[in-house]
Design a protein around this ligand. Structure first.
Ligand code: TXA
Ligand code: MG
Length: 322
């Protein structure tokens, strides 16, 4: 997956060209006021899968969908009164709001890790804002660094980490905040602080007129936004199946069980492509659930490349749950 990475000083022309690349499913790193983000079309599962590939992330976390303005955000998520007040007070800015998906949400299952919530943010940076406006789609973007490395605050950091793995970095200088956005969950059960970040808690509490709930059972710095952040199917999941039992639905890979089952079978990628498999993972689990499957046999998925994250996610889906 080696490619020539272009390092473009941000200008109206390069921003327009980068927006075209985003719409084609390519990877574009861009500055926000917090850190540089590694962007892809949030609506395309395959484009989002390339983010994980480039970062070498061993796990699929849900990603923040960056949008140009509140109007665009309202098409993706459902904002209650508090969420709306926070968005109006702090967007554009270093605040991410996790809200229930709207019926019109186009953010892919993979970008949401299969959840029925979506993380939204309007970044306060002229380059990011023009890019988002020109791209016209929500842009999924984690920090533009290899997994386990430090978040990048300059285009040179991004090149140092991701050169050869992404299409473009738009250079907009050094980021002002340098710390990731503050993440709040607004899911109808009170506002919870999931990750402290660039927006101070006191400012948020001033708008809400009350204190924030901070989860106490985890270290919010080590485990940002990890709680309840993964979709688990209703069905019992059996991994690395070598055969299919009676009444089992099948989550297949590479067509392994195409000849041996007459029941419900969805293939993550019949041509055995891990990028395609990542893009399909959460949609297929949802579809098997929706079809009423009670037991799912999962074909072995190779552990190289994106396969590591796919297997991690499948193990979580198979784990006993409360
Ligand atoms: O400043 C920032 O927030 C940067 C810039 C590029 O915008 N982005 C960033 O993204 O830090 P990332 O992927 O490193 O962090 C996003 C966090 C993850 O910890 C993820 O678990 C959480 O947001 N998250 C996203 N969607 C979620 C959801 N629906 N439920 C719970 N947590 C969610
Ligand atoms: Mg990060």
């Amino acid at each position: 997956m080696k490619m020539a990475t272009r390092h473009w000083p941000a200008s109206p022309d390069t921003i327009a060209a980068a927006a075209v690349l985003l719409r084609q499913g390519r990877l574009v790193a861009f500055p926000t006021e917090t850190v540089y983000g590694l962007g892809a079309d949030a609506c395309s599962g395959e484009a989002v899968a390339r983010i994980y590939e480039a970062k070498g992330r061993p796990r699929f976390n849900p990603l923040i969908a960056h949008v140009a303005d509140l109007d665009q955000a309202l098409g993706q998520g459902r904002f209650d009164r508090d969420a709306l007040a926070l968005a109006q007070a702090f967007w554009p800015g270093p605040l991410t709001l996790i809200v229930p998906v709207a019926a019109t949400c186009t953010v892919s299952h993979l970008a949401r890790s299969g959840l029925d919530s979506v993380a939204l943010r309007v970044p306060d940076h002229p380059v990011a804002m023009s890019l988002l406006r020109e791209a016209g789609v929500p842009v999924a973007a984690p920090s533009a660094n290899r997994s386990g490395r430090i978040s990048p605050t300059s285009a040179d950091h991004v090149m140092g980490d991701l050169k050869g793995r992404i299409d473009v970095v738009l250079d907009g200088g050094v980021t002002a905040v340098g710390l990731e956005s503050t993440i709040l969950a607004c899911l109808g059960d009170g506002i919870r602080l999931l990750r402290p970040g660039g927006l101070k808690r006191a400012a948020i509490e001033a708008v809400l007129g009350r204190a924030l709930n901070v989860p106490t059972d985890l270290d919010p710095v080590v485990a940002p936004g990890m709680m309840a952040s993964h979709y688990a199917p209703q069905a019992a999941v059996r991994l690395d199946a070598v055969s299919v039992g009676v009444g089992e639905a099948v989550l297949d890979f590479g067509g392994r069980f195409s000849g041996v089952t007459t029941g419900l079978r969805l293939d993550l990628s019949d041509r055995g492509d891990l990028t395609e498999a990542a893009a399909n993972l959460f949609c297929h689990l949802h579809r098997l659930d929706d079809a009423g499957a009670t037991r799912i046999a999962v074909a072995p998925v190779p552990v190289d490349g994106l396969g590591e994250a796919i297997n991690d996610r499948l193990r979580r889906a198979a784990a006993p749950r409360p």
